[in-house]
Design a protein around this ligand. Sequence first.
Ligand code: AKG
Length: 255
Amino acid sequence: MKLTNDQLEAYERDGFLVLPELFSVDEVAAINARLPELFAQRCPENFRERSSDVVRTAMGLHLRDDLFADLVRDPRFVEPATQITGETAMYVQQVKVNAKEAFTGEQWQWHYDFATHHHEDGVPLPLALNMHIFLDEMTEFNGPLIFIPGSHSDGPAPTSLDTVTTSYPLWTVGNDVVRPLADRGGLVAPKGPAGTVLIFGDLLVHGSSANMSPWSRRIFSLIINPVSNHQTTMQRPDHQHHRDFTPVATLAATV
Ligand SMILES: O=C(O)CCC(=O)C(=O)O
């Protein structure tokens, strides 16, 4: 699957790309069918919300379920990632489903991913890509991701480690940094049917608010990083940043 020049230009300019309904209804249903069993497991890979026992994020999924082992090698991820980064050797850095359940799903603070990748894992450069699939319809009501278009273009913004706002420690961006970026670039919350793909870069400032709607919102997220830019500090557990730097082979290339 190849991105067009227009799509590559939009990614460069905005810092993200939306690919509507790239995965079919049946593919999404197959992914969703695996979640109840995975979420029911009591394991360190399943992080629960700060205020409830509900799973917030379930990590390491490609090592826990064959369907996810295939999904991370899907050409619809690997080929655009190669095009955007210009790197053919990419490794699987993190594989998760973020579940923002109806009424209980809590916020993700303003942040950009590289701050955590750099401070926690010693990743040298902001080259990783975060690739999402909407597993439910994403609406304005159920806690969509909010992006600040163009916020990647000034380089890494100042951050600080937040270990209290949610159950998941995150290097976050303060309001004083967010305000001028948002005044300049505005805010965009991509919405759309299940199966839609989002791709965004390591410096793009984003967050999402709590889900107070009666509709759950789950996303699949694959973070993929050039092997040449792999982590240099191994302080976080493997499921938060995988230590297997073997380049991803696309499924098509292996059959
Ligand atoms: O699930 C969300 O709403 C936020 C996810 C996110 O910030 C991320 O994948 O970096």
